[in-house]
Design a protein around this ligand. Structure first.
Ligand SMILES: Cc1ccnc(S(N)(=O)=O)n1
Ligand SMILES: [Zn+2]
Length: 263
């Protein structure tokens, strides 16, 4: 049986490279964002990062066994500019990472500080490649927007549209349609300053194909919303193994450039 990767000591990030060699590469994600070494780049300011998304209803959300994922292929969406050169990237899916408590949960950290969770909006390069799968085999194939979660008293209305479906996808492999209209723009913070670097998928096979764009400003969710995330089961059957932690710890930045844009 194919080994199941996960986040436990026996199948987690420390041993992924045994089965997924790229996980041991020099361009891995996430990383700790050391703000003192981030360099401003006027090119990023001049070629403003722009995004355009469609509002969609009936998007499919599924329990992957490692978390929830919303399939949102949007041929009409465009992410371009900033670190993306002349290429246009299209939204494919979005998902989230979280921890056992709200003291942890994000994948990227900032000066060693973890946030309570991290949302990933995954896009692929439609200028150069014909499919998501093909794009994921190339160093400029994907662009992922990372948005940190802070815990506060105000429920996040857009996240609540996700939370309200989780009871229907408690077990691995289950899926349902989100009845509400989802506009991915509403997941983004009001302040659009970001850090960017060249990295990888943060889950196996950890392809080194991602241009990361991590927003500086977090969005707010409630503890209750995160508690609901942690009620998803990693198993498909009656056994209950809750998905309480699905984040990879920071990997070495090495000699990669870490740039910032204060939009
Ligand atoms: C599509 C995809 C697969 C694996 N990992 C990621 S992630 N966490 O780097 O965004 N995205
Ligand atoms: Zn992710």
């Amino acid at each position: 049986m194919a080994a199941e990767w996960g986040y436990s000591p026996t199948n987690g990030p420390d041993v992924w490279a045994r089965l997924f060699p790229q996980a041991g590469g020099a361009r891995q994600s996430p990383v700790d964002i050391c703000t003192s070494i981030a360099s401003s780049d006027s090119n990023l300011e001049m070629k403003k990062l722009t995004f355009a998304y469609e509002s969609q209803s009936d998007l499919r959300i599924l329990n992957t066994g490692h978390g929830w994922k919303v399939e949102a292929p949007q041929s009409g969406s465009r992410l371009e500019g900033g670190p993306l050169g002349e290429d246009i990237y299209q939204l494919e899916q979005f998902h989230c990472h979280w921890g056992e408590t709200s003291a942890e949960g994000s994948e990227h950290t900032v000066d060693g500080r973890a946030y309570a969770g991290e949302l990933h909006l995954v896009h692929w390069n439609t200028t150069k490649y014909q499919s998501f799968a093909e794009a994921a085999q190339h160093p400029d194939g994907l662009a992922v927007l990372g948005v940190f979660f802070d815990v506060g008293n105000e429920s996040n209305d857009e996240i609540e549209k996700i939370v309200s479906t989780l009871s229907e996808i408690k077990f691995k492999g289950q899926f349902t349609d989100i009845p509400d209209v989802i506009d991915p723009t509403t997941f983004l913070p009001s302040g659009l300053g970001y850090w960017t670097y060249l990295g990888s998928l943060t889950t196996p096979p950890c392809n080194e194909c991602v241009i990361w764009i991590v927003y500086k400003e977090p969005i707010t969710v409630t503890e209750e919303q995160l508690v609901q995330f942690r009620c998803l089961s990693a198993c498909s059957g009656e056994a209950e193994e809750f998905i309480v932690k699905n984040y990879r710890p920071p990997q070495p930045l090495g000699n990669r450039a870490l740039r910032e844009c204060n939009a």
